[in-house]
Design a protein around this ligand. Structure first.
Ligand code: SF4
Length: 497
């Protein structure tokens, strides 16, 4: 019989075990939730997933409910193995435990050694996600013709996949796309909810609203969610993946990031199922390629960037951003102070579900934090604690490298800063907003538009020489009201827009 395998709460799928009989150690640490203030929905999902896995494994599993991981370990660690965990802190812990065998990580399209070799082959050239993604597709033969060329003759269908939103309140009204698959809660969820209520009464603080569980927490549920997505929603995913509708936060998104990041699904299995859906005629090629790019391209790239740049990467702050998060942002606008529609809607989505799709994350919440100079360490922590699919490895590169450009461009060639015109084009928020996306100065000036120019002005030394920003700086040179705009933004302070 194989020895004991210690599974962390994000290693719950079958691919983290060596066979169907391997005994398993699961440790539920309450202190994790005491140390930081997590979203209530996230705490629920993690505990529910762990306890469902324990119930499935039955007598094969030893479950320890303790304060710390160390307390949950058996006295003798001989014969205990663990797949390399997903954070620097957890890796340091398992490596410090004499007797525990630490295996390579699992659950990604390529392993860390292969990524290291890929990065080395670039011989100092910048890491580029697109190149990485093509290599992953080649390695796994995903969406390829027999000769190794991409099906349809193109690797990238982004151009076909960036439609603005339809002129309807929900995507279903425009395309007939079905609602997402929702799980049914059971007695384990009930027990988790009662425990979290008790912890809260004991002083453990949570953030956000509780409510029905929206995401898969078992392998069986994850497979149902995947099947439902590829057969009923993938078709509409691509064209509208970057669009935002105020009354339809789920649109045609897969909602698979939670089960993927809990380790319940393997990304290559998900990409293959999407490929099969395209072959079966359930989804078009552009949409399928856009989805495969997210799952084995972006997701894996972010994972490898997290390890490639080292543990200090999280502390990079090239733009010298030091602003503390104001209460209304940190607490997810609990009193409804925010009047800017795009921002209030994104914060409400996080407050209610611990989730918003990648464009509200990056182009509304991240863009706001970038423009306003919020401290990258605080913003990373905020995303990590508040998003149901947010883990350290997810949020460090996404915030430091992508959203806040705090790494000086190591990950992205230009900052994801945008004014109200972008949000106006890609959402239906602006029509009902008290601000005007075209106005830079005045009572109804859009805070994103004004904030964009103020951001460029503040970081002129950093970006003026970047050829990808030259048009923006040329545009700024033509603004006759720049001084008035900068004065206005200096007075805005940290108040809710
Ligand atoms: Fe957001 Fe500006 Fe549009 Fe209002 S006008 S929704 S603040 S982008």
């Amino acid at each position: 019989m194989t020895g004991w395998r210690w599974l962390f709460a994000d290693q719950l799928g079958p691919h983290f075990l060596d066979d169907d009989e391997q005994p398993v150690l699961l440790i539920e640490s309450r202190r994790v939730f005491e140390r930081r203030r997590f979203h209530r929905r996230k705490a629920h999902l993690v505990l529910s997933a762990l306890r469902h896995r324990a119930a499935e494994l039955g007598e094969r599993a030893q479950v320890r409910r303790v304060d710390t991981y160390r307390e949950g370990l058996p006295r003798s660690l001989k014969g205990l193995s663990v797949c390399a965990p997903t954070t620097y802190a957890a890796r340091r812990l398992v490596q410090s435990l004499k007797g525990v065998e630490v295996l390579p990580s699992r659950g990604y399209a390529i392993d860390e050694e292969a990524f290291g070799k890929w990065a080395q082959r670039r011989q100092g050239r910048k890491l580029v996600m697109e190149d990485f993604y093509r290599d992953v597709r080649t390695y796994h033969r995903l969406l390829l013709e027999g000769d190794g060329e991409p099906v349809g003759g193109r690797w990238n269908y982004d151009q076909d996949n960036r439609e603005p939103p339809p002129r309807t309140a929900t995507l279903g009204e425009a395309t007939g796309v079905q609602k997402p698959w929702w799980p049914q809660e059971d007695e384990i969820d009930e027990e988790v909810r009662a425990d979290l209520d008790r912890w809260a009464a004991d002083g453990v603080e949570f953030i956000g609203d509780d409510g029905p569980r929206r995401f898969a927490v078992t392998r069986d549920e994850a497979l149902q969610a995947l099947e439902s997505f590829v057969t009923t929603r993938l078709e509409d995913f691509g064209p509208y993946e970057d669009a935002i509708l105020e009354d339809d936060r789920w649109m045609a998104h897969s909602l698979l990031s939670v089960p993927l990041n809990l380790g319940l699904l393997h990304p290559v299995e998900v990409a293959r199922r999407a490929e099969q859906a395209w072959k079966d005629g359930d989804a078009g090629l552009a949409s399928t390629e856009g989805f495969v790019r997210q799952v084995v391209g972006w997701r894996d790239y972010v994972w490898h960037v997290y390890w490639h740049f080292g543990d200090d990467y999280r502390r990079r702050n090239q733009l010298g951003a030091r602003q503390e998060l104001p209460r209304w942002f940190a607490e997810l606008d609990p009193d409804g102070e925010v009047q800017a529609k795009c921002l209030s809607s994104a914060l409400a989505s996080v407050r209610q579900d611990g989730w918003a799709h990648h464009i509200p994350r990056l182009m509304v919440l991240g863009n706001w934090a970038l423009q306003r100079g919020y401290d990258p360490v605080e913003v990373t922590d905020w995303f990590h604690r508040n998003f149901v699919d947010g883990y350290d490895w997810v949020m460090v590169p996404n915030v430091v490298g992508m959203a806040l450009h705090a790494d000086g461009g190591a990950m992205m060639t230009k900052p994801y800063a945008a004014g109200g015109a972008y949000i106006h084009r890609m959402s239906n928020h602006c029509g009902g907003c008290r601000y005007d996306p075209k106005k830079r100065v005045g009572d109804d000036a859009c805070p994103f538009t004004a904030g964009y120019w103020a951001f460029l002005d503040r970081n002129r030394d950093e970006f003026a020489g970047n050829h990808r920003m030259s048009r923006s700086y040329a545009g700024m040179g033509r603004l006759k009201d720049l001084e008035a705009l900068l004065e206005q933004e200096r007075h805005r302070g940290t108040q809710a827009p």
